[in-house]
Design a protein around this ligand. Sequence first.
Ligand code: ATP
Ligand code: MN
Length: 535
Amino acid sequence: MSEPTDKGIQWLKSNGINSSTSYWNLTAHELTHETLRLKQGVLTDTKALAIDTGEFTGRSPKDKFIVLDDKSKDVIWWGDVNFKFDSAKFEALSKKVANYLSGKTIYVRDSYACADKNYRISIRVVTEHPWSNLFANNLFIRPGKDELAAFMPEWTIINAPGFHAEPAADGTRQHNFTIVDLTRKIILIGGSGYTGEIKKSIFTLLNYILPHEKGVLSMHCSANVGKSGDTAIFFGLSGTGKTTLSADPNRGLIGDDEHGWADKTIFNFEGGCYAKCVNLSAEKEPEIFKAVREDALLENVRFFPGTKKVNYDDISVTENTRVGYPIHFIENAVVPSVGGIPKNIFFLTCDAFGVLPPISKLSTGQAMYHFISGYTAKVAGTEMGITEPTLTFSACFGKAFLPLHPTKYAELLGKKLNENNVNVWLVNTGWTGGSYGTGSRIKLSYTRALITAALSGELEKAKFDTLPVFNLSMPSACPEVPLEILNPRSTWKDKNAYDAKANELANSFVKNFQQYSSAANDEILASAPKVTESA
Ligand code: ATP
Ligand code: MN
């Protein structure tokens, strides 16, 4: 499949890309070798390909645009998440990018998104670099041989990291951009080699198509399934533990980041995982550690001097070191990546204040309140010398990827919660024993034990206490977890300091929720934390 067909060349021409040498649907192995040949990467001791993504080692949310046209204008949640892009400017910029790619060697790949065939979309990905194409191979769903022969691309991603826009002429903010055109069905990515732009642009697209056109809830969550067929999903912002906690030796992995909830199924949008590598170890995260092998793509890591052994503690390039691999690299992955309606939902929050309990059970009203709020805390980069954690509220645990207003997703979730019997848990994967600086991050093994007990039903057997201010229902016991950590207040030496922090956090919740309160019902509003008098 590597040589272009006449049809393929014609397709490139119709997109303005002329006389390029194009390689079509190369295997992961071939793309790895192309990358090595071009000296854009090296092989590690486990034969994974390691590359640097260049100037960008993370997404650039301020440079993400949606083309303003009849299809988008009244539907998109315009503002600081979705920036408008002029349609004529898009046309002109597409031509410039096509000219830039013309005459170059390019890599074309046909893939799918959405493991449930009822919702599947076909995507053709054209990349300037072979490793970006390997990323698309690893992360999206790989068509079979027959499917490839009959492939009809509906959506196109053009990925040109080496192309730099001229903001004044091209209508961009700076030299890099990710622009989604819903009418032309093209996603144009330029100036950034960060591969996450490729996957998250499709996530953004599906966050439009599925709720708006198909009545399916799209979710920023991971998913796995137990031996008895019980599905669990884990919502959470970046770094809260979606990928880490969904890789569970006792459960089948459905997916690590993006899913849809249809009438009868939960389905993965993707065909691979994109795991963080910072401090990765065989002891703590054996499944992910083992997935760093031949055909996997490592990003922005560094080696132990004089070796090709990755030093996962070295974050000198970025804290956001990553590895992308096809989902079947996780031993117990479910194929196809589809499961039934979830029995348990976990909201993961990395609370750097150390205020929220390691686990608590939410009522439906509380579940809606926390879903709309999307609280987590980011710990500022140590290199800046900042020690205070930054609060973030990211609606639906994925605000940055929502083309529609958050209430659209909340309505769909509310309907699902009312129609099905689902347990919803709030899990703090962040701090305990004090805020960032005083306390410490809760041990991964404790979080895993709490989740295991919630899934088995064991946790329900415990007596539940209520945490003041947040009114959260916390278990008083859990196997393999020290009792004293279950109530966050008891882990703080200074109880007054805890109460003050809890009030401070509650205040932030209340303030943040004001923007959504007109769309929320009484049950949801009653679930807001109650700031105490002394605050
Ligand atoms: P993204 O959306 O960026 O992919 P994510 O939600 O998938 O983020 P993970 O990749 O799972 O996040 O990152 C969680 C990180 O936090 C991992 O590096 C993990 O080792 C670390 N960690 C430390 N303690 C815990 C804990 N108690 N629970 C979960 N993760 C923990
Ligand atoms: Mn992840």
